[in-house]
Design a protein around this ligand. Structure first.
Ligand code: GAL
Length: 522
């Protein structure tokens, strides 16, 4: 009798596990069928940023991103004095003293062939000439981030080959610092600062310099997070009254990126005893909102290291108008994104007002990507459908938005990987002109966005935000062009022939068709 009961329990358990296995495989199968981008060629193709800014005498690190089978050897002609290229890894390092724009020709060679492409290195005061691309810990790990998880994300960036498509930054968000509100978590209970005021990482991050060095050794860059207030949004240590000291610390550790999040600064800016411009909604807002960012902006600039400066204050006081004045390289334009259609599409359509302010070194940031395994400490597969994910990546690329993955890098399924390795789409995001697409047509939740590209061509997104499939037309007159254009479908990497006057196509509900319109011969 007892054996009989055990058998029944075993039977039930196996039925449950078989059905959940088949559910997950059918989910993955349906995702696979949504794959649009053909696999990368075995021949070399050079990807990533075509223009790269560095300040004189700052440490230089640029990895030539290239797809194609390995081994691959790299070479470059025209490199400015002070830079060397590792021919096996494609990593360029060194220091350049002389300001100027240098035209470099980089080459990648394997047994199938050779690719070459121009890289413009601009030694001057502006960095991040194309939108940052990489990963940030928040949308997946939130308060549970650790050095081990960051190191694993670094390894995954290389192992999955994402590094070969230009994905670069490995950014630690909140919770690398100590936190005295989460009393139950012993890993966060250390002092905020040592006796000399130096910020202390929590015990999950025992060796910040070692971690940044490791990230660099892989050809990637490291990012960090803080707040102008005394506490971050997660109530960890912020940089209030330690701005220069913290910037020095980040630089000594070797970090290349800082996300600076308003959070508890709101209380400081409302307190007349603090001696800072008050954020009082009485016409003084942009001065008060910019003030704490200008302090850290100057502190970062004083370092002998290029640190991309990401302002996070959710678009307050029209940050896009003054972000460049505080040395900001990108700025969040809205509140936090979550992985729903409503959140992503609402944020996406709100970008029109700031689009004209996008420029090399200065980008609007509609927040991080919500694809793959996300979930702020409780990860799950994104709730966006494949069509919605194509909309997300297409729109962010058209907007010249920073592309920061927020997912578990060790759980990238075939669909997600395909979605973020389409080099023709990434090229739209990384276009050196740095413009953000403008909505040129919008009716009944059908939108057409157009982005001028450096080579004189135009990227056009036809978006269907309605609940039914629909035919959408991109009219040349709305795009301000005339004559014949070659039309190329960028997700499918397929030429669609020549069109005059308009391009018309059917678009799935919540989906997109992303094309490039080229003049003949381009
Ligand atoms: C929010 C910010 C998020 C994340 C979080 C950390 O204010 O928008 O992206 O950084 O704080 O606590």
């Amino acid at each position: 009798m007892k054996n009989y009961k055990v058998l029944i329990v075993l039977l039930i358990l196996s039925i449950v596990s078989i059905s959940s296995f088949s559910q997950s495989t059918s989910h993955e199968d349906s995702l696979k069928s949504a794959i649009l981008t053909p696999p990368s060629s075995e021949k070399p193709r050079i990807n990533g940023a075509k223009v790269f800014g560095v300040r004189p005498e700052s440490p230089f690190l640029y990895t030539i991103a290239a797809t194609g089978i390995r081994p691959m050897s790299f070479s470059a002609s025209g490199l400015p004095k002070g830079l060397t290229l590792d021919s096996k890894t494609g990593i360029i390092t060194g220091f350049v003293n002389q300001k100027g724009a240098y035209d470099v020709l980089v080459k990648a060679k394997n047994i199938r062939g050779t690719a070459e492409r121009k890289l413009k290195i601009v030694v001057g005061e502006t960095i991040s000439l194309t939108p940052p691309m990489g990963w940030n810990s928040w949308n997946v790990f939130a308060a549970e981030v650790s050095a081990d998880k960051v190191k694993r994300a670094t390894d995954a960036m290389v192992k999955t080959g994402l590094i070969n498509h230009g994905w670069t930054y490995i950014n630690i968000d909140d919770y690398w610092e100590n936190n005295h509100e989460r009393k139950n978590d012993p890993t966060l209970q250390g002092e905020f600062r040592d006796a000399n005021g130096n910020v202390q990482p929590n015990t999950r991050f025992s060796d910040m310099k070692g971690l940044a060095d490791y990230i660099h050794s892989q050809g990637l860059k490291a990012g960090l997070y803080s707040s102008p207030g005394p506490l971050t949004c997660g109530k960890c240590a912020g940089s209030w009254q330690h701005e220069l000291q913290d910037a020095q610390t980040y630089s000594n550790w070797g970090f290349d990126y800082l996300k600076y999040d308003w959070c508890s600064y709101g209380k400081i800016a409302a307190d007349s005893s603090q001696g800072v411009p008050l954020y009082n909604h009485k016409g003084n807002d942009s001065v008060a909102a910019a003030y704490p960012y200008s302090l850290m902006g100057a502190a970062l600039k004083a370092q002998k290291r290029d640190i991309v400066y990401s302002l996070c204050q959710y678009g307050m006081a029209e940050v896009w108008k003054w972000g460049p004045l505080v040395n900001g390289n990108c700025w969040r334009t809205t509140g936090d994104i979550i992985d729903t259609w409503k959140s992503m599409s609402n944020i996406g359509i709100k970008q029109d007002k700031c689009a004209p302010y996008s420029a090399p070194g200065h980008f609007n940031d509609p927040d991080m990507l919500v694809i793959g395994y996300v979930g702020w400490g409780k990860p799950h597969p994104t709730r966006l459908t494949p069509d919605e994910q194509y909309t997300h990546i297409s729109l962010w690329s058209l907007l010249s938005a920073p592309l920061l993955l927020g997912c578990d890098m060790e759980k990238l399924d075939a669909f997600t990987l395909n979605l973020i390795t389409n080099d023709e789409v990434i090229d739209i995001d990384q276009d050196p002109l740095g413009k953000a697409a403008i909505k040129v047509y919008s009716k009944d939740s059908l939108d057409v966005y157009a982005k001028p590209l450096e080579d004189g061509n135009i990227a056009v997104g036809l978006f269907n935000r309605s609940i039914k499939k629909a035919t959408i037309t991109a009219n040349w007159k709305d795009l301000g062009i005339t004559g014949k254009r070659k039309v190329r479908d960028l997700w499918r990497q397929k030429d669609l022939g020549l069109q005059s006057e308009k391009f018309e196509t059917e678009v799935a509900s919540h989906g997109v068709v992303l094309v490039k319109l080229s003049l003949m011969g381009k």
